[in-house]
Design a protein around this ligand. Sequence first.
Ligand code: PLP
Length: 384
Amino acid sequence: MSKMIYLDHAATTRTLPEVTEAMEPYLEIYYGNPSTIYEFGGKSKEAMEHARRTIAESIHAKPEEIYFTSGGTESDNWALKEAIQLYERTNQGKKGHVITTPVEHHAILNSCSELEQMGCGVSFLKVDSGGRVITGEVEEAVLENTCLLSVMYANNEIGTIEPVEELGRIARKNSLIFHTDAVQAYGHLPIHVQREHIDMLSASAHKFGGPKGVGFLYIRSEINLPAFVHGGAQESNRRAGTENVPGIVGMGKAAELAHRRMHLERRRIKYLRDYLAYRILQEIPDVIMTGNRKFRLPNNASFCFKGITGEAAAILLDTQGICVSSGSACSTGSLEDSHVLTAIGVESEWARGALRFTLGAENTKEDMDYTIEKVKMVVADMRG
Ligand code: PLP
């Protein structure tokens, strides 16, 4: 492949070589089913439980509170739909109510639409112009049947970090289950589920150097969340199906590496991100940076350029070997303005020109210089 500068780490990350290496034996050598009673299957079980302990430690949880899933989308669906089920079961079939935000990923938003179809209530909290929840409004949204507050840890489009600890405190005070979609945050930011009063947390391996199709849901031991996938007795009877052992081993390795490298890597990436943002804002007219400047993922630089379309700019940048996203990768193909930009009040003529740059381990200062020059060229050509 010719030179490629990958700046779309919020969409997915490269599986790290150490991760692939850790996974390999569990594909070809120790391929036993972890549910079997013989020693060979026990090898798989052992590796899986090691990954569970690593992940639990990384968020200050207990290993038995970590449930392996197929990724962020499944974890989000499980958390929302079964928290509502739990409420119904313990309240003689009465329908529950969920509080969330308009800037969530579609895994949450479309799960909420499903819940509404089923007769449940959903309320959306207001966010400020940087995409942060206005915490003072949470208690006003609590109804007599509210059972769940679900707010993402950090936004996938604009990188804004939500006031999770405060939200956790409010949820606990009002006896609500607090779920956070930490798909963009886990492995990039330190997370402490106890200090932050988090009851459930979703994460996905491919966002922090692990393989695709595997993730986890943390469920605090006091939360009696019903099963979502029914079948065998795997994952303590809560998530049936033969476990993705190589994927889980890879996720455990990626979690270990991400946490070991987090401190230094965050500083390095933030420096590159700030350099990229500074030069784009200085050297290109009619551009705004979206999202909160202070409470922000260190690798996210998202902008709106007036007078261009983000989709077309991303295609032109691709011809120059640069991979970026025009908003959220999961909703490309749709020509509607991003729901996140709409929620933070960005006008359509700006929102149409959205481009998101998300940095990762392999990016260098030279990549930033090259990218800045190409962005300047593409934007000028499109406006011209
Ligand atoms: N939640 C957020 C915030 C995300 O950014 C994503 C993916 O982009 C998901 C959930 C879905 O995760 P997965 O791709 O593992 O299903």
